[in-house]
Design a protein around this ligand. Structure first.
Ligand code: SAH
Length: 244
């Protein structure tokens, strides 16, 4: 039997935002591999083995998925949002580089609705002009790199989507990120805090950067800092199509 490996994005939370392509892949799977809360979003059924793991050890999880596929299983590696955005797809390809014997496997990456797009849609159109995305976690990159990218993104006047803004193990970084943007002259910029987008406890808050506080974000929050022209119309936030 020939195995397959599918790397799929489950979207931000609501089942309505799982693509039909991902739903079909899950229905054809024999094994689901991923971080436990994401694996828990897949309905158990006969003939399906769930392999939940903790949120570290992505490379080991990726190797395990490749091994199962090489043994003939139909494996789906699940991520939240999109699997290519700060998620498992890169880990699978890293593991594949280390194991040339698996490079002939049939592998597919299925896109999902990433958090910044779901969050932007709730707010209006804050990503309607040029933007960038930054992961504020310094687990896999040095903090000075994050600072440099924030400073340059502010200087380039990008809207900035921030993933992983703040966690119990990293309570300080987001406050520092706000300080850096403030020092870069972004105090008047509009900031959207989008928490648990598409889940029942969703909350969207919009403030000026000078009024933003570190405690407004946690690990379930996606933060979008508008560009210098981003403005409000009624309850909506949008980036005008023309740059200044
Ligand atoms: N692959 C995922 C991102 C994983 S990093 C994606 O494409 O969305 C995890 C971070 O994503 C969280 O810390 C948070 O910043 C963001 N995130 C994921 N789901 C979210 C949701 N439903 N609402 C708000 N932010 C979310």
């Amino acid at each position: 039997m020939t195995g397959t490996l599918t790397i799929a994005g489950l979207g931000p939370g609501d089942d309505a935002l799982v693509t039909p392509e991902v739903t079909s892949a899950l229905a054809a799977a024999t094994d689901i591999v991923g971080y436990a809360p994401y694996v828990a979003r897949v309905r158990p059924c006969d003939g399906l083995t769930l392999h939940p793991s903790d949120n570290r050890g992505e490379l080991q999880r990726a190797s395990e998925a490749l091994r199962l596929a090489s043994e003939g299983h139909h494996v789906v590696v699940v991520s939240s949002g999109d699997p290519g955005v700060f998620a498992m797809a890169s880990a699978v390809f890293e593991a594949l580089e280390e194991k040339p014997q698996w490079q002939g496997l049939s592998i597919r990456v299925l896109p999902g609705v990433t958090a910044m797009l779901a969050a932007a849609a709730r707010a209006g159109a804050p990503l309607g002009h040029d933007f960038c995305a930054i992961n504020l976690s310094d687990n896999l990159k040095p903090w000075p790199v994050i600072e440099k990218r924030l400073r340059l993104a502010a200087e380039a006047d990008f809207a900035i989507a921030m993933y992983n803004p703040r966690s119990a193990s990293r309570p300080e970084g987001f406050g520092r990120a706000l300080d850096i943007l403030s020092e870069a002259g972004c105090g008047e910029r509009i900031v959207v805090f989008a928490r648990a987008v598409s889940a029942p406890d969703e909350r969207i808050e919009t403030v000026r950067l000078r009024d933003a506080r570190s405690e407004m974000a946690d690990m379930r929050t996606l933060v979008i800092v508008g560009n210098s022209a981003t403005r409000r119309v009624g309850r909506w936030v949008y980036a005008p199509r023309q740059a200044r």
